[in-house]
Ligand binder design. Structure first.
Ligand SMILES: *[C@@H]1O[C@H](CO)[C@@H](O)[C@H](O)[C@H]1NC(C)=O
Ligand SMILES: *[C@@H]1O[C@H](CO)[C@@H](O)[C@H](O)[C@H]1NC(C)=O
Ligand SMILES: *[C@@H]1O[C@H](CO)[C@@H](O)[C@H](O)[C@H]1NC(C)=O
Ligand SMILES: *[C@@H]1O[C@H](CO)[C@@H](O)[C@H](O)[C@H]1NC(C)=O
Ligand SMILES: *[C@@H]1O[C@H](CO)[C@@H](O)[C@H](O)[C@H]1NC(C)=O
Length: 836
């Protein structure tokens, strides 16, 4: 490091310069900043940077520079960022903020300095931040608000100075001149004492819109009159007092305060407030408030007489107070009462009865098993009643308990133990518009029409109520119903097909997780207004039902987690036209080219598909868990080309094969026959002496001469002639083999011009030739009936060679020659007969 740099460092002109000799773009350890919203929001969080990267565009609006290293801020640290409105410098080890540090970002509205060990602010540190609305100096070693150079921040609305070391409630008076100032957060400081002199400014410059947070301080004393005449919007006093004993005296000392919303109580683990000391809230009788939130974690409540000083409140929330019972005064203007996380063993309905101002009552998260003994009576304004998550059991619900509430529109009994509905469960509750019984065991809904008189009901939630729908009219009478949720129940037989038809005004239906394997399209008959349908988590394979004409108005469909492999084209073509969102996630979709049409549809309709990252291929194996919308449909196009080419090839092959077979049919048949003959080579005694192979055109000669001379001579020879001896009905080739060749000792071939021309003879002859050759028996006798040209014989049959090597006889018509001819022929046929 050169001398100049060291000098600059000591002068605080440079930020810690370890990497400034490189380009500052990927400064620090080289990690780049991340663009969270293009051109708007850049995050350099935890990049170990020691300066602002130079490549940050000047037009960005939000910069998160938290968890880096800056230490010294001055007018050189930040580049020109004229549009920046939010700068987060959380935990950047800043110790010093010099004058005009934020000069180049005049439009800053939010500055976060949380977690910096700031030792000094120069008096002009914030001088260019006239537009700043929100300053966060949480956990910055601040010991007094007067150390902050806030004067220029005339537009400041929120100052968050929690988790510091502030001991005195001294607020610079000019802060109250900031016209929009509305939040002063001093939580988790060390304020112990508030004097009348500390609040002069608050009194003199009234700001009825101010929220003051003093929670988690250690206030032990408030000078009486300190809050006299002050009007605050909100005051937070949770665990604000050093001892629970101090609450009582401090609240009394706050007499004369007016506050719209008071939040009081303690945090878990903080000092306990003994609600058994029923008078700890007595001071509240001395000041005015509209809403009160009592959050009494870990208190040991007994009396429940906590409402004594709350009679003028309009909204009361008592949370975690472990009340076992309540004493309720006559409230004057209470509109909303919430009792959350208490220990009631029964619903305090009798105690709350006759309160005619309460419109909203919520009793939730009650700990032990809760019962209902007495009904609510004469709560004439009550519209909204929620008793949920409270281990509630009611034996004869619900008329008995709630029918004296003439205005009741909303009843929420969800997440309880058990409700036993009577036959006429809701008589007197006809005005109900919302009924939520989800996750509570409800008996009888599926068996009786217990809901039938709720003709104004618009919203019904009976999910997971352990309901078995046995009867088709279980939902009859609900003519106004718009939203129905029945997931997690069971439909017996085909009740689901008929159950919903009465609900002509239904807009939203949820039948997820009902174990449905199939939905008949007519399930939706008459539901012409249905816009949202959820059937997730069933076992549905086919979505044909989506094409039912009544579903034309559907906009969103959830059929995730079913057994859908694909959706056929004719269904896709008829999906509701106004569909904007389709959830198909977690189905076992088959990504094969056979279903390419469906996959192509998903790609083309991506905009409509929700949760695309979970629409995955289940098969085939090599595509498993890839996104369906990323499937390469072109691959299928290639595949189909390949398949077409292959098919064409096979067809051609078959064609040529057929041609080949046709052309060489004899040779092929011959080969087959040879094989067959060879297999049955062991045969019995021959039935014929000779098998005659001849052309049918030579039949006259064969019949008149050959048969005459050989069969009628002495000894008579037995000839096999195909015209005479072949069995009827047997194929000719079989006959040749069985009767002719295999059953004859010799073959006589009659060669003539006709024979040479006849393919059939050629075949018979070749077969005989080969057979005899296989047998090693020279049993062929050739008769040349008329002269045939040598080369013809040669060309056509290869007979020439054969004829040369074997006995052959030439027929001559003159008597002498023919005499000799017959003798020789007879001899040739007879030869070997007795040796066999
Ligand atoms: C952060 O940067 C400093 C130098 O500026 C370096 O010594 C340190 O190892 C870096 N830390 C990490 C976690 O990269
Ligand atoms: C009061 O403060 C709220 C936010 O806390 C703000 O919306 C409202 O505009 C302020 N009203 C006045 C009159 O300043
Ligand atoms: C409620 O207000 C009335 C006047 O409106 C007042 O007389 C009464 O003392 C107040 N009660 C409490 C508990 O503050
Ligand atoms: C009924 O109360 C439960 C539990 O607080 C809540 O989740 C649900 O949204 C409520 N139902 C309606 C319809 O507001
Ligand atoms: C589809 O939406 C349009 C405009 O929102 C509406 O006019 C039309 O009636 C809808 N179609 C059906 C079948 O509901």
């Amino acid at each position: 490091m050169d001398l100049l740099k060291i000098l600059q460092l000591t002068l605080g002109l440079l930020s810690v310069p370890d990497h400034t000799d490189q380009s500052p773009v990927p400064s620090g350890n080289g990690q780049r900043c991340e663009e969270i919203l293009p051109n708007i929001y850049i995050s350099c969080k935890m990049r170990n940077l020691s300066s602002i990267p130079a490549d940050i565009p000047s037009f960005i609006e939000i910069l998160d520079f938290s968890f880096n290293h800056l230490e010294y801020l001055d007018d050189n640290v930040f580049p020109h960022l004229p549009h920046l409105f939010s700068l987060d410098l959380t935990r950047c080890h800043i110790r010093f903020i010099g004058s005009n540090s934020f000069e180049k970002m005049k439009n800053l509205t939010t500055l976060i300095l949380t977690g910096n060990p700031i030792e000094q602010y120069e008096s002009e540190a914030f001088s260019s931040l006239q537009r700043l609305q929100r300053l966060v100096v949480v956990d910055t070693n601040l010991s007094s608000l007067e150390n902050l150079p806030l004067i220029p921040l005339t537009h400041l609305q929120e100052l968050n100075a929690g988790t510091n070391n502030i001991e005195f409630f001294q607020i610079p008076p000019y802060v109250f001149n900031f016209t929009n100032f509305r939040l002063l957060d001093l939580h988790c400081n060390k304020i112990a004492f508030i004097a009348v002199s500390d609040t002069i400014a608050l009194r003199e410059t009234p700001n009825k819109n101010l929220t003051l947070i003093l929670s988690r301080n250690q206030i032990s004393h408030i000078e009486p009159g300190a809050f006299q005449g002050i009007h605050l919007k909100e005051l937070h006093l949770r665990t604000a007092f050093v001892l629970s004993g101090a609450i009582k005296s401090c609240l009394k000392a706050m007499a004369g305060l007016t506050v719209d919303k008071l939040i009081i109580g303690n945090y878990r683990g903080a000092n306990k407030i003994q609600t058994s000391e029923v008078d700890f809230l007595d001071g509240l009788c001395l000041f005015e408030f509209q809403e009160i939130y009592l959050l009494l974690k870990e208190s040991t409540a007994r009396g429940g007489d906590i409402f004594q000083c709350l009679t003028n409140a309009s909204k009361i929330s008592v949370v975690s107070s472990h009340l076992k019972q309540v004493k309720v005064p006559q409230f004057r203007r209470l509109k909303e009462l919430q009792l959350k996380k208490n220990d009631f063993s029964y619903i305090p309905a009798a105690e709350l009865s006759y309160q005619s101002t309460i419109e909203t009552l919520k009793i939730t998260d009650n700990k032990p098993q809760t019962y209902f003994y007495k009904p609510f009576i004469e709560m004439t304004a009550l519209k909204y009643l929620e008793i949920s998550r409270s281990h509630l059991s009611i034996q004869e619900c619900c008329s008995k308990q709630f029918s004296y509430l003439p205005q009741l529109k909303y009843l929420n009994l969800s997440f309880n133990s058990e409700l036993r509905l009577e036959g006429t469960a809701f008589t007197g509750l006809e005005q109900l518009e919302t009924l939520d019984l989800q996750h509570t065991k409800v008996t009888q809904i599926g068996v009786l029409s217990s809901l039938s008189n709720l003709r104004n009901l618009k919203y019904l939630d009976i999910c997971y109520t352990n309901t078995d729908f046995f009867v088709e009219h279980a939902l009859s009478g609900l003519i106004s119903l718009k939203v129905l949720r029945v997931s997690g129940n069971v439909f017996r037989g085909n009740t689901s097909t008929y159950l919903f038809r009465v609900l002509q005004n239904l807009e939203e239906l949820d039948i997820s997780n009902c174990g449905l394997g199939h939905l008949h399209p007519s399930t939706f008959t008459g539901l012409d207004k249905l816009k949202h349908l959820t059937v997730t988590n069933n076992k549905i394979r086919e979505v044909e039902f989506l094409t039912h004409p009544s579903l034309g108005a559907l906009k969103t469909i959830h059929i995730g987690t079913n057994n859908i492999i694909t959706i056929p084209q004719h269904t896709l073509d008829r999906l509701p036209k106004n569909l904007t969102a389709l959830d198909l996630s977690q189905n076992p979709i088959e990504c094969t080219c056979a279903y390419a049409g469906f996959i192509k549809w998903t790609i083309e309709n991506k905009a409509k598909l929700t949760d695309q990252n979970r629409i995955l291929c289940q098969g085939p194996v090599d595509s498993r868990n890839t996104k369906v919308t990323e499937f390469d449909v072109n691959y299928c196009r290639h595949m189909s080309t390949i398949i077409i080419t292959l098919t064409l090839g096979v067809v051609l092959l078959i064609f040529f094969l057929t041609l080949f077979v046709y052309k060489y049919q004899f040779y092929i048949r011959y080969a087959c026959i040879l094989l067959r003959g060879y297999r049955s080579t062991k045969m019995g005694e021959c039935a014929y002496d000779a098998f005659v192979i001849y052309s049918s055109r030579d039949e006259l000669w064969v019949m008149d001469e050959l048969v005459e001379n050989l069969e009628n001579g002495v000894p008579p020879l037995q000839l096999c002639l195909h015209v005479r001896d072949f069995e009827v009905g047997k194929s000719i080739t079989s006959n040749i083999i069985d009767e002719g060749i295999l059953n004859s000792r010799k073959a006589i071939v009659v060669i003539s011009q006709y024979f040479i021309e006849s393919a059939w003879c050629k075949f018979e002859f070749e077969m005989a030739q080969s057979w005899l050759f296989l047998e090693g028996n020279l049993g062929i006798i050739v008769i040349i009936l008329e002269d045939v040209e040598d080369d013809k014989m040669n060309r056509v049959l290869g007979l020439h060679k054969y004829v040369k090597n074997n006995t052959y006889l030439k027929w001559k018509k003159n008597p002498l020659s023919s005499m000799r001819f017959w003798t020789r022929l007879r001899k040739a046929v007879m030869s070997g007969k007795n040796t066999a």
